[in-house]
Design a protein around this ligand. Structure first.
Ligand code: NDP
Ligand code: MG
Length: 334
């Protein structure tokens, strides 16, 4: 069944007229959604802890940030735009005690609601409006008069009135200018996790690393391996982005296209596909969520160590030196 898509004409900003919207967190999504809503005429209050650059940023944008508890107290609609792993604690301590019946509790990713780390009280509907892009794009497209497509999903038992609020919110951040697709919190959460684990972050990083290591082990120069296995990936992904796999295959040489059809399926094998299904099952059954929640309860010790080890990979050292030769790529260092 094709997805239901909403546009500007399906959304009425006036349903937000007498409401106050709390944006908790002035990070990537928070700063973008808050400013877009304000520019759309909505009443916005920022809940942001003091002492960091995001607090100062909110002030420099003309907001008067208050605590998460105070913002929730003032608001009718509360959007938690904090990192997923801190949402449950902040919710329990600062949000839950200040929610009243009729309030709407929002998020931009369903992890905590779906896995019941955040459970809205009786009389409070859960609502997801998730831009399909990073915050800076949500802001810059809005300023140009456009918008980033969004997802909308209702929590269990939420009313149609909450859907109207969600559509108005999506309009306020520019989403309905591009299109808003209706989904469920389960579908958004599970597909998002699957995509980042199997393809976008996990899959592609391991593919790049394995290709690089294979060439280097075979005695080729690391610089050559870096260019072939990492740098040129951007050219390919840009073609995917513009015209799908077809356009990439149209644009590359016939030799590359022949190698793609005949060798690609030997890399992503039946065994790989079986593992993908296993990973999907771990997402669906909550095993991944439990692992990640417990990892954070343990101070993220293994996560931090793994991050440190990965940052020292030869690929990163070679890449750092090569990127200095290419002034146009706006090289970044973490
Ligand atoms: P960020 O990491 O950019 O958010 C950081 C914000 O959270 C800052 O205001 C930070 O304050 C605050 N914060 C961090 N830790 C704490 C804490 N322990 N207590 C109180 N405040 C804290 O988050 P994103 O905008 O990336 O993500 C927000 C939500 O949006 C998530 O659910 C994410 O999944 C979702 N999302 C994100 C997208 C993206 O592209 N980034 C895309 C779509 C959805 P301080 O500066 O003081 O640390
Ligand atoms: Mg995502």
């Amino acid at each position: 069944m094709p997805a239901k898509i909403y546009y500007d004409k399906d959304a009425d900003l006036s349903v937000l007229k007498d409401k106050t919207i709390a944006i908790l967190g002035y990070g990537s999504q928070g700063h973008a959604q808050a400013q877009n809503l304000r520019d759309s005429g909505c009443n916005v209050v920022i809940g942001q802890r003091p002492g960091g650059p995001n607090y100062d940023l909110a002030v420099s944008h003309g907001f008067k940030p208050v605590s998460a508890a105070e913002a929730t107290e003032q608001a009718d609609i509360v959007n938690i735009l904090l990192p997923d792993e801190v949402q449950a604690d902040v919710y329990r301590e600062s949000v839950r005690p200040h929610l009243k019946p009729g309030d709407v509790l929002m998020c931009s990713h369903g992890f905590n609601i779906h896995f019941e780390q955040v459970v809205p009280p009786q009389g409070v509907d859960a609502l997801l409006v998730a831009p399909k892009g990073p915050g800076h794009l949500v802001r810059s497209e809005f300023e140009k008069g456009g918008g980033v497509p969004c997802l909308i999903a209702l929590g269990e038992g939420a009313s149609d009135k909450t859907r109207q609020i969600g559509l108005a919110y999506a309009k306020g951040i520019g989403g309905t200018r591009a299109g808003v697709i209706e989904t469920t919190i389960a579908e958004e959460t599970e597909t998002d996790l699957f995509g980042e684990q199997v393809v976008l972050c996990g899959g592609v990083s391991e593919l790049v690393k394995a290709g690089f290591e294979t060439l280097v082990e075979a005695g080729y120069q690391p610089e050559m391996a870096y260019f072939e296995c990492l740098h040129e990936l951007k050219l390919i992904v840009d073609l995917f982005y513009q015209g799908g796999l077809n356009y990439m295959r149209y644009s590359v040489s016939n030799t590359a296209e022949y190698g793609d059809y005949t060798r690609g399926p030997r890399i992503i094998t039946d065994e790989t596909r079986a593992e993908m299904r296993k990973i999907l099952n771990e997402i669906q059954t909550g095993k991944f969520a439990r692992d990640w929640i417990l990892e954070n309860k343990g101070g993220a010790a293994a996560f931090k160590a793994t991050r440190r080890i990965n940052r020292q990979h030869q690929l990163e050292q070679v890449g750092r030196d090569l990127r200095r030769l290419m002034s146009w790529i706006n090289a970044k260092e973490v």
